[in-house]
Structure formats: structure tokens, C-alpha cells
Design a protein around this ligand. Structure first.
Ligand SMILES: Nc1nc2c(ncn2[C@@H]2O[C@H](COP(=O)(O)OP(=O)(O)OP(=O)(O)O)[C@@H](O)[C@H]2O)c(=O)[nH]1
Ligand SMILES: [Mg+2]
Length: 698
């Protein structure tokens, strides 16, 4: 492939709510630039970027995928990211590899929960962005309404650089506001178009939007504003430069119009990427720790090599593939690099560009480009690679903690044996998955970002690693605490034959405010217990609190004060005091009005107005408390707090109530006391599972 100078490269992520058309638009780009010979389709399962069998089957993107196209003498590296909430962690890491983003907004639904989530990420990483209102061919699509929603959510900086010609089944193309002409597309998906004058019926709209755009550009810069006020105009150069600078500084987000499915409007978006989005050298400075000190890493090929591994793909055939964004320097395919995080050298065995799953040999890895390599030994996602001794380390990539757990049961002994090997490979690729044995129940737990995520991982276990498992209902992490006080003695005495054991403690237990976890106070005076045994008392309580007396869940938010006790010159030991403390803990907890706490989730539901009533009713049945309601664009946003145990099957319910138009996000909020009836159920369950045993008295 041709060698592109750094100013001829663009790195752009396609982001947006699930199903807004990112993968389809990538398909149009690839076809229009000749990277593919036909227009591929998500619904046919033949796209370049949704190549994983699970993606093909479910027709959604699960993983970020890289591809590139060559357009107007530029190389545009694209990352097609997932929009579905369970997989947004991957979208977030991919944003570390790009210099700008294209935000897709559905022309029917407008701004949705995923749009808002990705927008938040773009703000966090301060990335310039363009907005594409897609699916304008669909029934009920409206550029104006979607734009209105964009304004409400993200502000007036979103300014059209295009307006559509026709909508819904009459969507025929667009007017390029900057060039002042119409582009009329064939509807046969060929991407062919002819240029024409702005049609008379759209003239007024065009003039108005053009004025708006010029004013926004003028407003973004004092000098331009002066010129504009003086002359009532900007020269084409002033306007073009001003527009690009405003986009770079996040003062303006140009809005495009498209139908990815009909391949209408894709090429003008590529033109826009080349003209308005920054090259790697123009982006905001990237900082890293260089030999321990924070510095700017210059986008130059004449300085030491540095790159960030932003994604790892575990391919059963090629092995491990590491995708990296090169920030500085250059590296040959057989070069040696240092993994700064692990302080270990890695030998490269080849470099390539990814076109979906296909590998295209790369002559070099150069500053500003995105490249991949295979078979690195120790490197994982988030690690920095650099020239030997350069010691360049980019900020780590943060991954979310899993929010849901299922128990998995291997179907056979052989499956059980294969699990640990597979677990390693799976977590390497997806650092947000945990597969671990629960210390209390001995059950194997799989944790992830949502039900779909966990289901996809079990499918992957089966298809890729030949491990068959049954998935059991998700577990909710309950906790236990006390509401009252207790004052008890715990005594451990075994003094028959040989060396005896003796420990004796008096403790007080009392509740602490929610979230304060645990406190231990030592109030022993006058040597009732020798000082060296006091840490053992605390340890005994720490160990005992891992399993509460009600249902075997961890005990939180309480204080223990050790205030008296006795010991034996010979028979007292650390272990004897630990046991005495643990006995005292159990006794005290039983006396101090123990109770169960359940996790409460903060839920935000996005829905068209029509379904509000049904959703509120449904939340009531789930013990939900509505906290507030907002209107944003065409959508209502409902905020509520709902116990986690009630939300486990909410996803399919919401889909069926809203016909797939509603969506939600959920985050842990706090722990709250569970109502009596719910507690009884949890306790009965615990007894059945063997988490708590019948009383063990001494
Ligand atoms: N009518 C119409 N349908 C579209 C358009 N773009 C995409 N679709 C359809 O919408 C569905 C989702 O498209 P995708 O390209 O997979 O959307 P996505 O944003 O990649 O979705 P995720 O990756 O799962 O977040 C598919 O059935 C597409 O055929 C469009 O412009 N018009
Ligand atoms: Mg997709």
C-alpha cells in the first residue's frame, strides 16, 4: 500500500446508539472508495467490520473493528464501534486511538441513551466530532426533528453543513451548504450522484442555514467576527479555515445527512473528514509519562517510537492480535520494542493493517497511524510500547467493573477442565469479563456488563473453546448489617490433654451509617488481654464478617469495640483469640437486630412519550421509585431507583413495551434494607443453597 505522510491520515471512530447505522455507513465508505467490490450489509452478515460469528448471528456490533479506506489521496482509518450499552467499554478504549469521531444519530429516534453516553466519552477525551443524521430514507425520519433533539442535548454548536433533499421514501440527496449545490443520488445503492443547482423549493432553507453556518464560524473567532461585521461576508478561504478551526476547538459540530443503507451521502462525509477533521499532527497534544515525567509526545517520525495498545483480539487461528495507535516515531515489522508497563521487551513478528478481519502487510508502523501485530508475549490492552529505553507510558485505559453475575455450571468434567484455559483467552480479549469461583458457595461465577454480554461470552466459550456450560440466574450481591446494639462475651476454651487453647473477649457491637463499612476500636486497659493478641481479635472479626448470620452474605456498616477479656499464661494464642472473637461476632450479630441489605440501582429510561404510563406501572411492580422526568427532544427520560433483584429481566420487558424504541442505562447507586418478605425469600434461598447451615453451637 501507498505510504501516507502524517498530514494525509485521518483516524476517525464511528460512534452512536445501537443500530444507528455505524456498520452500514462503514460498508458504504468501503464500497465507495473501492475497498470492497460490492456494498455489504449488516442484514446479510457480510460486512467487513461485523465479522465475528456472534455479530453475524445477532446483527449487532459486539466488538470495535478497524478498517481503512483511501480517499482523495488520504488514508482514513476508521474504527466501527459498538453502540449497545453492554459493549461501550470497547468503544471507549477505541477512542484512545483516534483523533476525531463521527456521531451517528438515527433520523427517526433522534438522540438516544447511547448517543448521550458516547457524547460524554467524546467530551471526556476532548475529541472533535461531526454528526451524521442517518436513516433519512426511513418512514417517520425527520432531519429537522433529529437536529432539534441534538440541539437540546448537545447545544447550538451542532450546525448543519448539509440539508436533505426530500425525506423518507423521497430522500434523494442533499444540499452542500458550503459549496452551495445539490448532490442528487441514485437510489440503487451505487453511490452515484449528479450535481445540480439548489432546487427552488429549498432555496430559502438553504439561505437561512448558510447564514447560520457563516455566523457560527464568525462567532468562533474574534478576528473573523470583526471582518464579518465589516463586510457582512467572509471570503471562501476565511470561511473554510474558520470552519476547520472551530471544529478542532469543539466550537462547532458540523451536521451531515445520510442514508447508509441506500449509500446516499457517504462520499460527502468522507470529503468532510478530509477537509474538516484534524490529521494526527493537528490534534490536541497527547501526553505521556516519559521516564516518569509527564511530557507531550510529538507526532513526528524523527523521535523514538511510542504506541498504545487499545485492543486485543483473540483469534483462534492467528493467536493474539494487538491493535495499536502509534503516537510517535516509526518501527519496522521485525523491530524490538519495550512494553513500558511490564518492563519487558517484545520482538515484533510482522505488522499489518486490519480491514475487518483481513490482514494487509504494513511496511512500517509510523506516527499517527493505526497498525496491528500478532503474537506479542506479555502485552495486553492498555499497555504502552516504545523504542528500547524510551520509557514512554500513556495513561492507562479504565475498564468498568462488571455489573451482573451468573453462575455457570460446566456440563461435564472435560468442560470443567477446558474452562481455565478458555477463561484466560477470553479475559485477554475482553478485560471486563470475570470468570471466578465464589469463595462462599464454590460456584463458578461469570460476571459482565449486562445479560447480553454474559450470554455472548458463554456462546464464545462454546463455539471457540468447545466448553459447554449451563447459565444459572444471576446473583445479586446482598449484604448484611445490624440495626441494634449488643454487648457479648466470646470464649474459646479447650483445655483437655496436651497444650490447651484459651481466648476470652468482651465486645460491643453497634450500627454505623450506610457505606461506612467497618470499624474496630480497642478499649482494653490494664492488660485484660495482652497487646499482641489484640490484632488477632480484629482478624477474627474480619474473617467472621465475611459470612453474616442471616444468609451468609458479607456484613457491613457496623462497629465493634473490644473492651474486656481474659487470657491464660500458657494456653492463650493468636488462633484461640481469633476463634473467641469470631464466636463473639456471631453472638453479637444475632442480638443486634441483624438485617439484609439489597443493592439499589439508578435507572435512566429513554422512551417515546406514548409508553410512559406503561413503563411507570411496570416500575411500580418492581418496587421502583421514580425520581424525576425530563423531556429531551422527542424522548422522555425517566429516572428511577429500583432494587437490582427486580431489574434482572427488565431488558426484554422494555423492548416489548416500546417495540424496541426504548432504552435504558443502569448503575449501582447504594445499599438499602430489603423489605421483610424479600428478606425471607433471600434467607430461604440461602438455606437451600447451603450458604447458611443449621445452628452450630458449642
Ligand atoms: N432504512 C435504513 N436502515 C438502515 C440505515 N442504516 C442502517 N440501517 C439498518 O439498521 C440496522 C442497524 O444497522 P447497523 O449498521 O448494524 O447499525 P450499528 O450502528 O452498526 O449498530 P450497532 O453496531 O449494533 O450499534 C440494520 O438493519 C441496517 O440495515 C439507513 O440509512 N436506512
Ligand atoms: Mg455496528
Amino acid at each position: 500500500m501507498k505510504d501516507y505522510a502524517v498530514d494525509k491520515i485521518r483516524n476517525v471512530a464511528l460512534v452512536g446508539h445501537g443500530s444507528s447505522g455505524k456498520t452500514s455507513l462503514a460498508a458504504s465508505f468501503l464500497f465507495d472508495t473501492g475497498a470492497t467490490t460490492r456494498l455489504t450489509k449488516v442484514d446479510k452478515g457480510n460486512t467487513v467490520t461485523d465479522y465475528d460469528p456472534e455479530e453475524v448471528e445477532r446483527k449487532i456490533s459486539i466488538n470495535s473493528a478497524a478498517c481503512f479506506c483511501e480517499w482523495q489521496d488520504h488514508k482514513i482509518n476508521l474504527i466501527d464501534t459498538p453502540g449497545y450499552s453492554n459493549f461501550l467499554w470497547d468503544t471507549r478504549s477505541s477512542l484512545r486511538a483516534v483523533d476525531a469521531a463521527a456521531v451517528l444519530v438515527c433520523g427517526v429516534a433522534g438522540v438516544e441513551v447511547g448517543t448521550e453516553k458516547v457524547w460524554g466519552m467524546l467530551e471526556e477525551f476532548k475529541l472533535p466530532r461531526i454528526i451524521i443524521i442517518n436513516k433519512l430514507d426511513r418512514e417517520n425520519a425527520s432531519f429537522g426533528r433529529a437536529l432539534e433533539a441534538v440541539h437540546q442535548f448537545f447545544g447550538r454548536q451542532a450546525v448543519p453543513v448539509q440539508i436533505p433533499v426530500g425525506e423518507e421514501k423521497n430522500f434523494a440527496g442533499l444540499i452542500d451548504i458550503v459549496a452551495g449545490k445539490a448532490l442528487l443520488f441514485e437510489r440503487d445503492e451505487s453511490g452515484k450522484f449528479t450535481e445540480a443547482a439548489v432546487p427552488a423549493n429549498l432555496r430559502a432553507e438553504f439561505e437561512k442555514r448558510r447564514r447560520e453556518l457563516i455566523e457560527m464560524v464568525a462567532e468562533s473567532d474574534e478576528k473573523l467576527m470583526e471582518k464579518y461585521l465589516e463586510r457582512g461576508e467572509l471570503s471562501p478561504e476565511e470561511f473554510q479555515e474558520g470552519l476547520k478551526r472551530a471544529i478542532l476547538n469543539h466550537q462547532l459540530f458540523p451536521v451531515f445527512a445520510a442514508s447508509a443503507m441506500l449509500n446516499i451521502g457517504a462520499q460527502p462525509v468522507l470529503d468532510g473528514m478530509v477537509a474538516y477533521l484534524p490529521s494526527p499532527a493537528e490534534r490536541a497534544a497527547v501526553k505521556a509519562k516519559v521516564k516518569g515525567e509527564e511530557q507531550v509526545v510529538p507526532t513526528s517520525t524523527d523521535v523514538p517510537f511510542s504506541a498504545l495498545v487499545f485492543k486485543t483480539i483473540s483469534d483462534p487461528y492467528t493467536g493474539r492480535i494487538s491493535l495499536m495507535r502509534v503516537f510517535s516515531g516509526r518501527m519496522n515489522p521485525d523491530g524490538s520494542v519495550t512494553n513500558t508497563n511490564r518492563d519487558t521487551d517484545e520482538k515484533l513478528v510482522g505488522l499489518f493493517f486490519l480491514q475487518g478481519r483481513d490482514q494487509i502487510a504494513a511496511g512500517q508502523a509510523k506516527a499517527g497511524d493505526i497498525v496491528a501485530t500478532a503474537k506479542l508475549k506479555v502485552t495486553s490492552t492498555g499497555d504502552s510500547l516504545c523504542a528500547k529505553n524510551a520509557a514512554i507510558e500513556f495513561p492507562a485505559i479504565k475498564f468498568p467493573e462488571p455489573s451482573i453475575s451468573f453462575a455457570i455450571e460446566p456440563k461435564s468434567r472435560a468442560d470443567e477442565d477446558r474452562i481455565s484455559q478458555a477463561t484466560h483467552r477470553i479475559t485477554e480479549e475482553d478485560p471486563t469479563v470475570r470468570i471466578e469461583r465464589d469463595a462462599d458457595t464454590g460456584q463458578l461465577l461469570i460476571s459482565g456488563n449486562g445479560e447480553l454480554h454474559v450470554r455472548i461470552i458463554t456462546e464464545r466459550l462454546r463455539k471457540r473453546y468447545n466448553v459447554e456450560v449451563d447459565l444459572k440466574p444471576p446473583k445479586v450481591s446482598y449484604k448484611e448489617t445490624v440495626k441494634g446494639r449488643a454487648d457479648v462475651q466470646g470464649r474459646h476454651k479447650k483445655q483437655t490433654g496436651g497444650r490447651g487453647q484459651f481466648g476470652d473477649v468482651w465486645i460491643k457491637m453497634e450500627p454505623l451509617p450506610r457505606g461506612q463499612d467497618f470499624e474496630f476500636e480497642d478499649k482494653i486497659f490494664g492488660g485484660a488481654i495482652p497487646r499482641n493478641f489484640i490484632p488477632s481479635v480484629e482478624k477474627g472479626i474480619l474473617e467472621a464478617r465475611k459470612k453474616g448470620v442471616l444468609a451468609g452474605y458479607p456484613v457491613v456498616d457496623f462497629k465493634v469495640t473490644l473492651y474486656d477479656g481474659s487470657y491464660h499464661e500458657v494456653d492463650s494464642s493468636d488462633i484461640a483469640f481469633k476463634i473467641a472473637a469470631s464466636k463473639a461476632f456471631k453472638k453479637a450479630m444475632k442480638e443486634a437486630k441483624p438485617t439484609l441489605l439489597e443493592p439499589i440501582m439508578e435507572v435512566e429510561i429513554y422512551t417515546p412519550e406514548a409508553y410512559m404510563g406503561d413503563i411507570m406501572g411496570n416500575l411500580n411492580g418492581r418496587r421502583g421509585r421514580v425520581q424525576g422526568m425530563e423531556q429531551k427532544g422527542t424522548m422522555r427520560v425517566l429516572k428511577a431507583q429500583v432494587p437490582m433483584s427486580e431489574m434482572l429481566d427488565f431488558e426484554p420487558t422494555l423492548t416489548s413495551i416500546t417495540g424496541g424504541r426504548g432504552s435504558y442505562i443502569m448503575e449501582f447507586s447504594h445499599y438499602d434494607e430489603a423489605p421483610g418478605q424479600v428478606q425471607q425469600k433471600i434467607i430461604a434461598e440461602a438455606v437451600k443453597e447451603g450458604r447458611v447451615k443449621p445452628e452450630e453451637e458449642d
